[in-house]
Design a protein around this ligand. Structure first.
Ligand code: ATP
Length: 434
């Protein structure tokens, strides 16, 4: 009897697409999955979002990996097929496209669990150089191919590492792809069915539409192969939603397991220790009130005892800015978002306490009428009764907001940001944007 050695295999790849010429690394994932000689439920495709502040990204800093088990000989064949597909589909002409592909066997990776975990978390929260990635791959004899400058190896190894170690928190995205002959055409979707699909599956799916801004947000606009992506926590709800949507013909589709919607990019810090291009959770006291600058962006300042920092609700965050405008000096808040150009780009905010809002008014006379000013520093006088008062009336007003956690709307949501609808519904004071 011949014994067939089974090999657990992970393929990770990244940086295959271009802003202008289309393509999408997830599409390549779908093509590769079809080549694996296994039933679909024996392959786990992962879509990983890495540090959203990396300047080389095309769109959402995505990397992809596939995990499956094959006979040892077949793994060599699969590696060849995957490299061929990448070479056929990656947009090599784009100067910013530098593909990378990595083959991690579980056997080999098991001795590197901790190092792989540290690498993948750094890829989401920090910056990694091409050089250190190449050195790591070489040192541990990990099979890989880097094309052009090989930058894609960073995402490829991070994606493979996540597939090896698994995700502590995860969601799903079901991506439907367009027929290649339609890639240049305007996307055709029956919008009413999209709203119906959302109503039927929310909150087990999210970010399909944005109710407050009356917009469909699950479909991109560029020349890439993605028709739409349905995000959610429950695969069957996602599939049900998919059956409701009517659209142009769909070429293929794939359900990805993903770190989207998990806040994996956020770590806690104080202001003095914050570093450019990382994403943080920072608690502080409002020291300068919100003001609107050119372009409709709303800015306020907080301090936490270590330093001060500006926080911004940019124009694309739409109605979220109305909430931010209601903050006042003295309020205690915790802000969540990317630290860019020494400003926190708000993704979420927790209002921890509100300082009482006091307004100063002319006092009321015993006759019921409000007194008038009697002149500068001369107090107030009732015109009718001639009664005088030196003191104004100070009253507390409604701040128009309450303590709790708030988020930007779906139209402005970053892939990694955890939607509040995913936060325990038992918890009080959580206000999902819908
Ligand atoms: P799409 O979302 O359309 O797939 P993208 O936004 O993922 O495109 P890429 O074309 O993959 O963008 O470019 C991102 C590049 O940045 C990749 O080469 C990836 O390896 C690299 N990269 C990812 N995370 C980091 C990081 N933390 N530090 C340094 N480089 C990174």
């Amino acid at each position: 009897m011949r014994i067939r050695t089974i090999c657990r295999m992970i393929i990770g790849f990244d940086d295959t697409d271009s802003k202008t010429a289309g393509m999408c690394t997830t599409y390549l994932g779908a093509l590769m999955v079809e080549e694996i000689p296994l039933p679909a439920d024996q392959v786990t495709p992962y879509l990983l979002r890495l540090n959203p502040n990396v300047r080389f990204k095309t769109r959402g800093n995505a990397a992809v990996s596939l995990r499956f088990e094959l006979g040892r000989k077949e793994t060599d064949e699969m590696w060849r097929i995957c490299c061929d597909l990448l070479e056929e589909f990656a947009v090599f002409d784009d100067e910013n496209t530098n593909p990378g592909i990595v083959f991690l066997s579980e056997e080999q990776a098991s001795g590197l669990r901790g190092e792989l975990e540290a690498f993948s978390l750094r890829a989401v929260r920090d910056f990694i150089t091409i050089d250190e990635t190449k050195k790591f791959l070489k040192k541990h004899n990990i099979k890989h191919r880097g094309y052009k400058n090989g930058r894609g190896l960073i995402g490829a190894l991070a994606a493979a590492s996540f597939a090896f170690n698994g995700l502590i928190d995860w969601t799903y995205e079901f991506i439907a792809y367009r027929k290649p002959e339609n890639w240049e055409e305007k996307r055709s979707l029956d919008e009413e069915t999209v709203w119906t699909a959302d109503t039927a599956s929310y909150p087990r799916t999210w970010d399909t539409v944005d109710h407050q801004n009356n917009q469909i947000v699950f479909s991109p606009h560029g020349p890439d192969p993605v028709l739409f992506g349905i995000r959610g926590s429950d695969q069957s709800a996602i599939k049900d939603a998919f059956t409701i949507v009517r659209s142009e013909p769909i070429d293929r589709y794939l359900m990805y397991t993903t770190n989207q919607g998990t806040d994996m990019h956020i770590t806690k810090t104080n202001i003095a220790d914050a570093k450019e291009g990382r994403s943080y959770k920072i608690g502080g006291r409002v020291t300068a009130p919100p003001h609107t600058i050119r372009g409709g962006h709303v800015i306020f300042t907080i301090e936490d005892g270590s330093e001060r920092v500006d926080c911004a609700a940019y124009e694309p965050t739409k109605n979220f800015r109305d909430l931010i405008r209601r903050l006042a000096v003295g309020d205690l808040v915790t802000v969540y978002g990317a630290f860019m150009d020494r400003t926190v780009n708000l993704e979420k905010i927790r209002i921890d306490s509100l300082r009482p809002r006091m307004v100063v008014r002319n006092p009321r006379c015993g006759c019921g009428k409000r007194m008038k000013s009697a002149g500068k520093n001369q107090g107030y006088r009732c015109k009718k009764c001639r009664t005088k008062s030196d003191l104004p009336e100070i009253v507390e007003t409604d701040p128009g907001i309450t303590v709790g956690v708030y988020e930007t709307p779906p139209v402005a949501r970053r892939h990694l940001a955890k939607p509040l609808i995913r936060c325990n519904s038992e918890k009080k004071n959580i206000y999902p944007s819908r």
